[in-house]
Design a protein. Sequence first.
Length: 263
Amino acid sequence: MHDTDDTASTILWISAHPESRSLNGSLRRDGIAHLRRQGSVVIESDLYAMGWDPVLRAADGGRDSCTGEPFRVSADTRDAYRSGAQRPDVGAEQDKLRRADAVVVQFPLWWYGMPAILKGWFDRVFVSGFAFGTDHVTGRRLRFERGPFVGKRAFVVTTLGDRPRAIGPRGKSGELHELLFGLLHGTFAYTGMSVLPTWALPSADRLTDYAEVRDDLHQRLDRLFTDEPIAYRPQFAGDYTEEWELASHVRPGEHGVRVHVED
């Protein structure tokens, strides 16, 4: 479902910034308002405003920590998901994901990664059986082009203090999409989503023209369902060995995260 259909697209906007009056807060409000003006249905998860608990606990797996039984993270959270024993806050976020045709994830880049509250959202919500794993009926591996979220789009919106060239191909901080590889490839693409190139605002603390960057973000949001996603390689189409290593005939002699993007 997307903006060329008769039915409005549904977009989940997840944000992680502690100050609603910040630059991030302004971009979130204006971005969501823009999408709604275009006819999209926007579901919000403003994690700080929600008081989201980022800590994965035994209770997420339906276990009482007083029993003395070890918490088996993957197995217990999977069992809790399948049996309906998850904590209500986790189930509510999973319901939002089910409804969404696209997911916008917005955060400031802190220490070259996501804020802890957002990482904890993924830890608790993207559990085995829901976001990845093995189909318990067919035995089919649920990942990448077979992932449960195939058909959904993922778009990262981030602000950072680094200068523009610092996150370029030869930048001191590392090229942006390689820097975010764990999120873009290891989370979004892994679960089957089509991953769009990131919208990033470098030197955010030196911003002089808010209207310009707001309008640039709005233009990217307008193309949420038409821009070409990053061409991450499928896992089950012959590019990888049984050990999930890139096959020797694919880009021989090259290495690093860039080899997992098709030419």
